[in-house]
Design a protein around this ligand. Structure first.
Ligand SMILES: [Zn+2]
Length: 409
């Protein structure tokens, strides 16, 4: 926690990595990220910057536009520039629906703790109807500070809607699939990062005792709370898993959609690291479908790299990133066995910006991810066979059968 507390805007700054710098920084109580080469990097609010000045430590902002209150007032796209606020996203989703009513429809999946709507955008031909077609689910912004993870899913929906009439490949895919996009799973957290504290990660659950927030990507049911490495029982922790699986309305909104549909592939966007991760997350041991999950990840990675030359390294989440339990993709894969990916968007590390992508990066990051999304959708369409029964109907059926003793003994 930075010395200025969580109520101010923060920016990334650096100071020279001079001998004795640690001892000079320590009494200031700063949020020091890393020392690297000749600089030490710090997340600093206004009070922290004043502390640095008072200590005669010269600092420089590291990433694009600073977010001091003075500079944001003049910025064109509102407080967070070209990135979406909750209200801007709502308006843009409804505008897409209005402009392309035949193929774009907005749904409200539920409400956040603070009463904001959790929106889904469905893109499909005959969008009003549920058809036996390949269903794909794209999620964004479980974690509040990962602003770019709102933009890529939104732009994917916009791309499909805008190009349907003119691009035969887009038309073919949209006609044969049902793409569901939830760009903002955590609207309360996002608003908090815009108006209060840029570095916030969790939702805004009041845990009591002055502690806030549940890590929504540790709140899913599969292997929830398995150990204290992959999630935390401490409400003050950044990876606090919540009081119970699906204790949060935001994860319940995703759960309820997932259980109602028959999704065959999923991508949940996060930032940062530039990696494409597949289950399992809860263990470093591979799943029994490891080769298949890896092949798809490699295909996506190759297509991304072909655009701007950036490598999104494919790997198993629990082995190649870090252990986590209760995450989205373990739940969707554990429940239904569908290819499920966490894509950590650029940059590759904290020193290249971490969570603070520039506004100018939004378009190129979407463009490089586009061929991977097209590939995954196309693959899902190619492999699609309608279920004889939706797996969840089947589960109900078996459950009922068991209760009546009709089939199973
Ligand atoms: Zn994240």
């Amino acid at each position: 926690m930075s010395a200025s507390g969580p109520t101010e805007r923060s920016i990334l700054v650096s100071v020279p990595n001079a001998p004795g710098i640690e001892n000079r920084l320590k009494p200031l109580g700063l949020d020091v990220l890393a020392a690297w080469k000749d600089r030490v990097y710090i997340v600093a609010g206004d009070a922290d910057l004043r502390s640095l000045e008072n200590a005669a430590l010269s600092f420089r902002p590291e990433l694009g536009r600073t977010l001091s209150p003075g500079s944001v007032a003049a910025a064109s796209g509102g407080l967070n520039g070209a990135y979406h606020t909750y209200k801007e996203l709502e308006a843009d989703l409804l505008a897409l629906q209005q402009k392309y009513p035949a193929i774009a429809k907005v749904f409200v999946l539920g409400e956040s703790l603070e009463g904001r709507r959790i929106y889904a955008l469905k893109i499909s031909d005959n969008v009003e109807r549920e058809e036996a077609q390949a269903q794909v689910l794209i999620l964004g912004c479980h974690h509040a500070r990962e602003w770019i993870s709102v933009e890529v899913p939104f732009l994917w929906g916009k791309y499909l809607a805008e190009n349907y009439a003119t691009n035969p490949e887009v038309k073919r895919l949209v006609d044969r699939s049902e793409v569901w996009i939830v760009p903002l799973v955590n609207p309360d957290g996002l608003e908090y990062t815009i108006h209060a504290y840029r570095y916030w990660r969790k939702n805004r659950r009041d845990n009591g005792g002055g502690q806030f927030g549940v890590d929504l990507n540790r709140n899913y049911e599969y292997k929830w709370g398995l150990d204290a490495v992959g999630s935390s029982a401490d409400p003050s922790s950044a990876i606090y898993r919540g009081a119970a699986p699906f204790s949060e309305p935001e994860t319940r909104a995703v759960r309820d959609l997932f259980l109602k549909k028959d999704f065959r592939a999923l991508v949940s966007y996060h930032s940062f690291s530039q990696v494409i991760l597949y289950p399992w997350s809860y263990t470093d041991l591979p799943s029994d479908r490891d080769a298949e999950l890896r092949d798809i990840a490699v295909e996506m990675s190759d297509r991304i790299k072909a655009v701007n030359g950036r490598l999104y390294k494919p790997g198993q989440s629990g082995k190649d990133l870090y252990l986590s339990n209760g995450d989205t993709t373990d739940w969707t894969f554990g429940l239904s066995g569908i290819p499920s990916y966490t894509i950590e968007l650029p940059p590759i590390d904290e020193l290249l910006g971490g969570f603070f992508n520039r506004e100018e990066d939004i378009a190129p990051i979407f463009q490089e991810n586009l061929p991977a999304l097209i590939y995954l959708l196309d693959r899902t369409v190619q492999n699609y066979r309608p279920s004889l029964q939706n797996p969840f109907d089947l589960r109900d059926f078996l459950f009922r059968s068991r209760r009546t003793g009709a089939i199973l003994n």
